[in-house]
Ligand binder design. Sequence first.
Ligand code: CDP
Length: 231
Amino acid sequence: MNKNIGIAKIVIAIDGPAASGKSTTAKLLAKKLGYIYIDTGAMYRAFTLKVLSENLLEQLLGDESRLRQFVEHTDVRLTDTQVWLDGRDVTEQIRSNEVSKLVSKISALKAVREKLSAIQKKLGEAKGVVMDGRDIGTAIFPNAELKIYMMASARERAKRRYAELKAKNADIDVSLDALEAEIKQRDEEDMNRAVSPLRKADDAVVLDTSSLTIEEQVERIYRLALEKINS
Ligand code: CDP
């Protein structure tokens, strides 16, 4: 480990489309650097899980004051390896495909974004963080010392997500083609929403991971991080 890491702490922002490998990479990178990892997608997923399980979608989309009330009364927290929704551990549940299909609609809501953005900015205040999401380099930490935009072909991303879902539940009824279509649809929604859409920050380094292993991805960003830390 680099001897200077304990001295200089930077913010590393990793953005990119669905299933591009951000979370896995960011988690390993944070460990290697002794930094905190913040999965902002998990926060939007937790909100979405609540909307789904309480069957609130119709009500919330049509009623701004009801939405504000809902947001105010929803508590989302991240601990080291877990995601908490109103005091319950929802770490596993938020990864379901039902949540993935709805999350872009919920994350496009201004009231939801305002609440989660404020939490994320606070979490990164002390630096020494790797934060991944869609708008980290553009809206949450526009001054982050290192910004990465991770991408891969939609087919490759669908294959990865398929393997992930199958590994968790071999009987799951999902096809690769359907997953690819869902991923494209989610990117479309994330890139075209009014508030903080997904886009590459002008000063982000693009990393195409289509033919990289996780270890290679981590190593590349790690080297870039060391350059920034030591500069
Ligand atoms: O892991 P995966 O790529 O499937 O997605 P995620 O990082 O868990 O994010 C899930 C969804 O949350 C995204 O599709 C976005 O709609 C939303 N999101 C966002 O709007 N802004 C962020 N900073 C992070 C996620």
